[in-house]
Design a protein around this ligand. Structure first.
Ligand code: ZN
Ligand code: ZN
Ligand code: ZN
Length: 509
């Protein structure tokens, strides 16, 4: 596959919606429509709290980093690793190894000098704007053949910015000028503001290799041309590439991949979702208006599709007053849960979740958003503190709700089923666990592809659970005694990523 190949997608200029991309040929589920390396990308310098990332990854990450991410993530391949090598010049950039450092030098060399000069690296926004401008200079303003528009032709929405955003923009421009003074070529404040505007409404948040944490941000010009739909026909995924493969023929570059979620006819518009579907249509529209400055008129928003399920009440038909009361209670409780979660007070989180679920019982349906949010936090926290049986029960209920709401090939659905499967496996429920892991694998093959590191991890888990399931089916008693022995010998280590916990639970013979 050639990175940057745009044969399957063509640019069109729609009168009402503006420009967009459409399929140039028929595409099937899991097919890569196009892959694109970043025009420019940088690693975050601060640790991030869970928040909305653009496109695929609304972080549901549960891991908080006490240290700056800049020293924990490779600035070339964006993998999170324990031992990274530091750039001897600026002491800011970090890399897995020489291969990653060499691959990135072209992008880093001017930045390296600039950081060395001002001693402390500026914010990621400023670093990204500078990388964009260095790249524009390097390319002398000429976009490559595979790039459909030049970067400064992208939407910037500077005139739509709120007062608060304008204040931030002013600070960014000020910091940029201090940083950029290293470079020879000067730009007008207007042009620099335009670049910041472009970054604000087009930048793509990049996650680590396990999809657990947002670690950086990049600009992908062709991807920016793909319009939004709350029920999209494509998904976008960051593939970290393989730069350290022993054989150079197996090397691949870090890139985003636009992947078809199902069959797409030739001529059909290609779409991705910029926000999480699990919000009422009015809520999604508000997020899109505030962040991307447009009014979503997609079919799901205009017909309020699935809004009824997301607000549904229990079958026992509780009174309107009761529903109102429980909704208000849930809202308040979810705020408290979030606060305790950020503070790391997990006992309190679990206590609040249990109380809230009890109140919701027989009042809200299992697809109600308030219920799903509580189930999601409860299962994450309980599996983090290794209460797997209770965690598995909540996770299963959450996933059953998700399956009624999400597109069957939604990436977040796939990841949620994967985590739920692993939690069941942890809880010793091998049959349910294996079934869910297989289901998640099927979704990830479409959304992430077979070569993504998450899919590969899941594949090895799937082989392991398959083997254990066979053992379980042959002799349940032997299975349980082996499991107990393995657990005694190798207690589950506390780890951020669920699948890391269980690898090696049973020693492979
Ligand atoms: Zn690397
Ligand atoms: Zn450096
Ligand atoms: Zn919509």
């Amino acid at each position: 596959m050639t990175v940057g190949n745009m044969e399957s997608a063509v640019l069109f200029d729609g009168e009402k919606k503006g420009r967009g991309l459409k399929a140039n040929k028929e595409l099937s589920a899991g097919e890569v429509v196009f892959a694109e390396p970043s025009y420019a990308a940088v690693v975050f310098d601060r640790y991030n709290f869970p928040g909305y990332c653009s496109f695929y990854c609304k972080c549901i990450c549960f891991v908080y980093f006490p240290l700056s991410l800049a020293s924990q993530v490779c600035h070339s391949c964006f993998r999170r690793q324990a031992k990274l090598h530091r750039c001897a010049q600026c002491k800011f950039a970090h890399y897995c190894d020489r291969t990653c450092q060499t691959a990135c030098w072209d992008e880093h060399k001017q930045e390296c000098g600039a950081i060395k000069k001002i001693i402390k690296a500026p914010s990621e926004n400023v670093r990204l704007a500078a990388r964009v401008l260095w790249r524009i200079h390097k390319d002398a303003g000429i976009a490559s053949d595979s790039q459909l528009v030049s970067v400064d032709e992208l939407e910037d929405h500077v005139t739509d910015l709120s007062e608060e955003d304008l204040k931030q923009l002013k600070t960014d421009v000020h910091n940029f000028l201090e940083y950029w003074s290293y470079g020879r070529k000067q730009h007008s404040t207007d042009y620099i503001s335009q670049i910041f505007g472009i970054i604000k409404c087009n930048a793509f948040t990049m996650s680590d290799q396990r999809g657990l944490q947002a670690v950086g941000v990049g600009l992908f010009p062709n991807l920016c041309l793909v319009n939004h739909d709350c029920w999209p026909n494509c998904t976008v995924i960051l593939n970290h590439g393989n730069q350290s493969a022993v054989s150079s023929s197996l090397h691949s570059q870090r890139r985003i991949e636009l992947r078809a979620l199902g069959k797409i006819r030739a001529g059909e518009e290609l779409t991705v979702s910029y926000v999480d579907f699990l919000n009422l249509s009015a809520e999604r529209q508000m997020q899109l208006r505030e962040r991307y400055y447009f009014e979503c008129t997609c079919e799901h928003c205009s017909k309020h599709i699935k809004d009824d399920l997301m607000m549904a009440v229990a079958e026992s038909k509780p009174s309107a007053d009761k529903v109102k009361e429980v909704n208000a209670y849930s809202k308040e409780c979810l705020e408290k849960i979030e606060k305790s979660r950020v503070e790391g007070n997990y006992n309190e989180v679990v206590k609040l979740c249990r109380e809230c679920l009890e109140k919701q019982e027989n009042v809200l349906a299992d697809t109600h958003l308030h219920k799903l949010r509580v189930l999601s936090v409860a299962s994450e926290v309980l599996s983090y503190v290794h209460s797997f049986t209770e965690a598995a029960d909540y996770a299963r209920r959450m996933v059953e709700g998700y399956m009624k709401l999400y597109h069957p090939n939604n990436a977040q659905l796939g990841m949620a089923i994967m985590r739920t499967g692993v939690t069941h496996w942890h809880a010793g429920q091998i049959e349910a666990g294996h079934a869910m892991i297989c289901k998640a694998y099927g979704i990830l093959l479409v959304t992430h592809g077979p070569n993504h590191s998450i899919t590969r991890d899941l594949e090895s888990i799937r082989m392991q659970t398959e083997m254990e399931l066979k053992l379980f089916e042959q002799n349940e008693q032997v299975y349980h005694s082996m499991r107990d022995a393995a657990l005694k010998k190798q207690p589950l280590a506390s780890s951020s990523s669920a699948d890391e916990n269980i690898k090696g639970l049973f020693c492979k013979k």
